[in-house]
Each structure stands twice: as C-alpha cells, then as structure tokens.
Design a protein around this ligand. Structure first.
Ligand SMILES: [Fe+2]
Length: 300
C-alpha cells in the first residue's frame, strides 16, 4: 500500500465558448494533493520561480513584487495552499481553492465574487517551461495570486466576479465584452509607474518571453486604458498580444469599472469589434507598434 494520497482523476468535458471548444474540467474544488508532487514537480516550480523573479525585478509593478514577497512564496518548494491562505485571508479575505483546470464561466465568476481564487493544482512538465496552452499551478499561483494581497486589486477581482455573474445572465455578447476586459487587465495588463511602464498581468508575469516582449519589443501597441475601447477589442490566445493597455493605478481600474455595465453592453451590441492590432484616432498612444511578426489572422 502506498502512503500517497489518491490524486483525483481529471474529468474533462468540452464546452463551446467564444474561443471554440475548450477543455473544461470537473467543477469540484479539490484538496491540493501536496504529498503527491514529485521532486521533478518541485524542481519545475523552482526553475520557473527563479527565472521569472530575476526577470521581473524592474519589469513587474512594485505592487506585484511587494505582494509576492509578503505571501512568503519561495522557489524552495511548491507552496501549500493552506499556508498561503493563512496570510491571504488575513490581508484581504481572499482564499485559494484547488481545481483541476479551467472552469465553466459561471462557476469561475461565482468563485471570484465570493473572494475565492481557483488555482490549478498540477504543474507543467519540464519540457513545457516556456509555453503551455492552458493554465497550470505556476500560472495561477505565481501569476494571479500575489496581487490578491493588494486591497484595491483584490476588490477589483471580486467586483469582476459579480460583474461576470450579471453578464452571464444578460447573454453571450455581454460576456464577450467582459472577457476582453479580463484579458486586457488581469491577464495582460501594464501599469504606468513613476519610473516607467511595468507589468501586472498574470499571463505576462508567468511567461519569460512575454515579460520581455510586452515592455521592450517595438512590435506591439501600448495604449492607455479605456473601458469601452477594450470591450470592443479582440485579442490573441496563441501568440503574444498585438496591443497592451496601460493603467495609471489599480484605483483607476476600480473606478472605471464601478458603473453598471448593462447600458454599456447594450450600446456596444450594435457596434463592430476592433482587430487586436488596431490603433484608433482617440487612443492615448504610449507606443505605436511596428507590427513586426504579427500573424494576419487568428484574433478571437
Ligand atoms: Fe490566468
């Protein structure tokens, strides 16, 4: 008999979304099977952690780096959710819950609205250090969880969850608008600090290549945050972004997203969406992208 805890089977379904058919796992919350992580798993965590932290000093926002330190995450071993929760719950009332992977939208929104962040318990394989199509423990824990220590960002995430529940009730077009907001802020947002542009989006901080590309490449646009403009902008799921949107502060994000979105969705329903790489006349342009290396199709 093994002393290893039983690792729950991944239950995959397929659900049709605006991104096509994507794997959706069981909606159940699962206990983090910490004792089942292998030495290779811990080593993958250590390698990714050390590589990204070295890259992110001077690239990630001060808030992100401070928050990650405050959580006590280290490269030594994959953190235990229970231990992080002791710190996180005291700071902002959020908790991490273990999941198998991507959740159906309404289940995900309900977690956020109740200040629970779903974290995929399993970590990628050593040959996947640079890219993985779906979120794993490193993306979720290293990328998303630190900023939940920041009180303003923590409130934004919960408000997003409540907004998601509402949008789900309104219809698929409203959800598309709202998903773009998540994509261009929570996943791929940049922030302007006194000493320059910095990263706060989880999709960027958990990616070596995009941490450099998003800030230093001439190719992408960097444009000031504008709620309705973002809600109309398509995005990339299989390449780096063509456009990054820049906020001034998390307070700006919170204030801009405070109003009821229902009238905005109604207004936007009659308007066309913008391709991911478009620059508009009214944009506050920090950098107009050269477009080098962009694929001409594939915006979602
Ligand atoms: Fe994510």
């Amino acid at each position: 008999m093994s002393n290893q805890p039983a690792v729950p089977d991944k239950q995959v379904e397929h659900q049709h979304t605006d991104k096509g058919y994507v794997p959706v796992y069981t909606t159940a919350v699962v206990e983090q099977p910490w004792a089942s992580y292998t030495a290779i798993d811990h080593d993958v965590w250590a390698q990714l952690f050390e590589r990204q932290r070295a890259l992110l000093v001077g690239r990630a926002s001060d808030e992100f780096l401070v928050a990650q330190d405050a959580m006590g995450m280290t490269p030594d071993a994959i953190p235990k959710f229970d231990e992080l929760n002791d710190i996180l719950a005291k700071a902002t009332g959020w908790t991490i819950v273990g999941v198998e992977g991507l959740l159906p939208e309404l289940t995900f929104f309900d977690h956020l609205a109740n200040r629970r962040f779903p974290v995929t318990w399993w970590i990628r394989k050593p040959e996947q250090l640079d890219y993985l199509a779906e979120p794993d423990l490193f993306h979720d824990l290293f990328g998303h969880v630190p900023l939940l220590m920041n009180p303003v960002f923590a409130d934004y995430m919960a408000a997003y969850g409540r907004g998601g529940v509402k949008a789900h009730g309104i219809g698929p077009e409203a959800l598309v608008n709202l998903t773009r907001l998540y994509w261009y802020t929570v996943e791929f947002g940049l922030i302007r600090q006194a000493d320059g542009l910095r990263i706060y989006g989880s999709g960027i901080v958990s990616s070596k290549g995009e941490s450099i590309y998003s800030l230093e490449s001439d190719a992408p646009n960097r444009i000031g945050f504008d709620l309705e403009r973002i809600m109309r902008t398509r995005y990339r799921i299989d390449t780096y972004q063509k456009t990054y949107f820049v906020i001034d502060s998390f307070e700006q994000l919170m204030q801009a997203t405070a109003p009821d979105f229902a009238p905005i969705y109604a207004r936007l329903a009659a308007q066309p969406s913008y391709p991911a790489g478009t620059v508009l006349d009214g944009d506050a342009v920090f950098h107009r992208g050269s477009g080098e290396g962009w694929s001409q199709d594939g915006d979602v």
